[in-house]
Design a protein around this ligand. Structure first.
Ligand code: 5GP
Ligand code: MN
Ligand code: MN
Length: 480
């Protein structure tokens, strides 16, 4: 079924309200993206989300939108605290998947002579791949509960990184109100040996070079300059978060029936925010989110150690400091002004990044004048972007923007495109070293599998949702 679309301007499209929709859909995309979108079901998913009870504002889609479980990836939906619902499908299986970016005092030329050794060392020190485990960091059950309650702060207290890091993480690296008792034994078991691991496929650890600065004043505040080495870490809550999502989907399906919520698609199963089921999902989700914050924090410590080992320099010389850490699969309580009135909303961001504007109290002090850093990975063969949030995002998208380039090819189709090619050699020729847990992962993750992220962030810029600060080029990529 094709979805009715009305073009508003060169980067906005409306899905008019009809049938069971309680609100309209609003899609941020250019004409070319829209053309390809109409072939998949993602737009129908935007429409389905608009039927859920208590939705406030439009059902939103970012320019990296593609099909996801129930809700589209690249989707944002806000719900009223009293009338609204929370849905695991609106957060995604990888609860608090997210990205963090480190800057350094090094230039690309400093590391070029040792790049291969650095890639090998990072690959050895940070376990990657499906089901990757870390045998030397297996925490006890009691300790794991503390991880779920304290997030990145737990990791720092255990010697992984510095207190200063916590100031530069969304929500300070800890969602409040996590309740580890609500997390199943199976979820706990799955996560036990996975703290400090990257996971598979799309997750990565990337050593990068700042290739271009687009806003010198903002870049200066973020501590970025051309030629500088940065490191990006993209991972989430591993098997633990996956299992939490899976466990709650079953309960939410029952809850939807119990509370008489009509679902156009079972995958949208949800519960009222005021119900025990809704509150319990949020408390379990917060636990999984905190596990993910701790995960990225531990990996950060191993990245710093790896650089120290390979370059023979100390922390004061390397200055691998955390610029920021953002979540892109999460539901959060936030206050937003709707029709001139401040309202408490549960904002679902699934494959979408928070992008708060300058002056927002939740933006770290160091960045308050320029806006919250927004980290947008592209792909392993081209580039990634750093943006800052803007007032436009606050006005139109509950302070949100895209989270990546977004897939255009399925994993299967990507493998076909890669067939017979030597992807690693192709990349090496362009100065990009790949270390991957499996060959299939590299094929599935070729650049052609993703949109050109430059086009995606350009829509964000034109729509006024964010300001482009810098472009980063990959030098070495550790893939799951
Ligand atoms: P997701 O969270 O949806 O799995 O991935 C987020 C985004 O990361 C994708 O949309 C894609 O643009 C980007 N991405 C995936 N793999 C890589 C990689 O190896 N390097 C970089 N820089 N970006 C990647
Ligand atoms: Mn993920
Ligand atoms: Mn992700």
């Amino acid at each position: 079924m094709t979805v009715k679309l009305q073009q508003i301007d060169d980067c906005r499209w409306r899905i008019p309200r009809e049938g069971a929709m309680r609100t309209e859909g609003l899609v941020f995309a250019d004409a070319r993206m829209i053309a390809t979108l109409q072939e998949e079901q993602a737009l129908e998913q935007v429409r389905n989300v608009a039927t859920l009870p208590g939705i406030v504002g439009p059902s939103l889609a970012m320019p990296d939108i593609h099909w996801g479980y129930g809700f589209p990836i690249g989707g944002v939906a806000a719900f009223d605290a009293e009338e609204g619902v929370v849905s695991p499908g609106g957060v995604g299986y990888d609860i608090n998947c997210g990205v963090r970016l480190l800057r350094s005092a090094l230039t690309a030329n400093d590391i070029k002579p040792v790049l291969a050794k650095l890639a090998d060392t990072l690959f050895r020190n940070v376990p990657a791949g499906v089901g990757s485990e870390r045998r030397d960091l297996k925490v006890s059950l009691a300790e794991q509960r503390r991880v779920l309650e304290r997030g990145a702060a737990w990791a720092v207290a255990r010697g992984y990184g510095e207190t200063e890091d916590l100031r530069h993480i969304e929500a300070g690296g800890m969602l409040p109100d996590a309740d580890s008792e609500l997390i199943s034994e199976r979820a706990m078991e799955r996560g036990r040996a996975q703290l400090g691991t990257l996971g598979s496929g799309n997750h990565f650890l990337e050593v990068q070079e700042v290739e271009e600065i687009f806003d010198a004043a903002v870049a200066d505040v973020l501590g970025l300059c051309t030629g500088q080495v940065t490191v990006s870490i993209h991972t989430g809550s591993r098997g633990l978060g996956y299992q939490v999502c899976d466990d709650f989907l079953k309960r939410m399906l029952q809850a939807s029936r119990k509370y008489g919520i009509e679902l156009p698609d079972r995958q949208l199963c949800c519960a009222p925010l005021t119900s025990p089921e809704g509150r319990e999902y949020l408390a379990a989700m917060a636990g999984a989110a905190n596990f993910a914050f701790a995960n990225r924090q531990i990996i950060t410590a191993w990245v710093r150690e790896s650089f120290e080992q390979v370059l023979g320099l100390g922390p004061a010389q390397l200055r691998l400091s955390l610029i920021y850490d953002v979540c892109h699969n999460i539901a959060k309580w936030e206050t937003h002004t709707v029709d001139g009135r401040a309202r408490r909303l549960c904002v679902h961001r699934k494959g979408a990044t928070r992008a708060f504007p300058p002056g927002h109290p939740e933006t770290p002090e160091a960045y308050r004048a320029v806006g919250q850093p927004v980290l947008i990975p592209g792909d392993m063969g081209r580039y990634s972007y750093v943006l800052v949030g803007s007032a436009g995002a606050m006005a139109e998208t509950f302070g949100s923007t895209c989270h990546g380039a977004g897939r255009v090819l399925s994993r299967h189709a990507a493998k076909k495109v890669a067939h017979g090619r030597r992807i690693e050699a192709e990349l090496a020729e362009r100065g990009i070293l790949i270390r991957a847990a499996g060959r299939a992962a590299v094929a599935e993750e070729i650049s052609e599998a993703y949109k050109d992220v430059a086009e995606v962030v350009d829509v964000v810029r034109r729509a006024g949702l964010g300001k482009i600060v810098a472009r980063l080029r990959p030098l070495a990529v550790i893939k799951g």
